[in-house]
Design a protein around this ligand. Structure first.
Ligand code: DGL
Length: 268
């Protein structure tokens, strides 16, 4: 591949606003990187979709986005899409792709009790990919999983400045803790990029003895590594957020996205 021009963006992709939790740490490492943030609002929530649907939808949509924005690299900032469609996307597109993987490996290194919780979407927690990660990196640990669609809705609401129903947070935590052995969980993997948007609410619900971890910093380092030596603009320019058109879900206000360096909203 030819060296990309300085203004070639990094494309972030999620079903909704969760991928902003990956965009944040990446911008901290690469402050002048041009950004396109894409959210598939017409497809949200991915956690309710079948593997077949996502394996077809995600590569097709990313293909359109890559054609339109010519990114130097694309980040699938969504655990659900990554655990299901990463290989399909890599096979279909001629651009480096970074995926999002549940942070089971660091959680296994961190736990003292040997019991880890994995909180993701319903689709993510049932993936064989999560079985593989558990078998490879947490063989001698207990890995308890729970799928919480409510946290996705809650995170979207919070970013729009709406209040988050405390019962949703409590239900998500109970979904892990009420399983046999769940009382001993001391590390919870936030295996959906939406969930770090609710970090404070979740931390308050689980108490100070439980650590919440996610993969965003690792992804940011991977992006920096893969683009090492490439040219960037001298100064930062506002990023673009692009939403797939949805009747029931209009894009959020620009004010909600401005803290993430977004300066314009488009639809596709
Ligand atoms: N943010 C997504 C993830 O990381 C999915 C949320 C959804 O669309 O259900 O899994």
């Amino acid at each position: 591949m030819h060296a990309p021009p300085p203004d070639a963006p990094i494309l972030f992709f999620d079903s909704g606003l969760g991928g902003l939790t990956v965009l944040g740490p990446t911008r901290a490492l690469l402050p002048t990187a041009p950004i396109v943030y894409a959210a598939d609002y017409a497809g949200l929530p991915y956690g309710k979709k079948s593997n077949e649907e996502l394996a077809a939808r995600v590569p097709a949509l990313l293909g359109r986005l890559v054609e339109r924005y010519q990114p130097r690299l694309a980040v699938i900032a969504c655990n659900t899409a990554s655990t299901i469609a990463l290989s399909h996307v890599r096979a279909a597109l001629d651009v480096p792709i970074v995926g999002t993987v549940p942070a089971i490996k660091p959680a296994a290194e961190m736990t003292k009790t040997g019991v880890i919780g994995v909180l993701g979407t319903e689709a993510t927690v049932r993936q064989p990919y999560v079985d593989d990660l558990s078998a490879r990196f947490a063989r001698d640990k207990t890995v308890l999983r729970h799928g919480s669609p409510g946290l996705v809705t809650g995170a979207e609401a919070k970013l729009r400045g709406e209040s988050v129903d405390p019962a949703v947070i409590a239900r998500a935590v109970a979904g892990l803790r009420d399983q046999p052995g769940g009382d001993a969980i001391d590390v919870i993997v936030l295996a959906c990029t939406h969930f770090p948007l609710l970090h404070d609410e979740l931390q308050a619900a689980v108490g100070p003895g439980v650590r919440l971890i996610d993969g965003a910093e690792g992804i940011a380092r991977r992006v920096a590594h893969l683009t090492d030596g490439q040219r960037w603009p001298e100064t930062a320019t506002p990023g673009i957020a692009v939403f797939t058109r949805s009747e029931d879900r209009p894009p959020p206000s620009l004010a909600a996205l401005a803290p993430y360096g977004i300066g314009a909203i488009e639809t596709i």
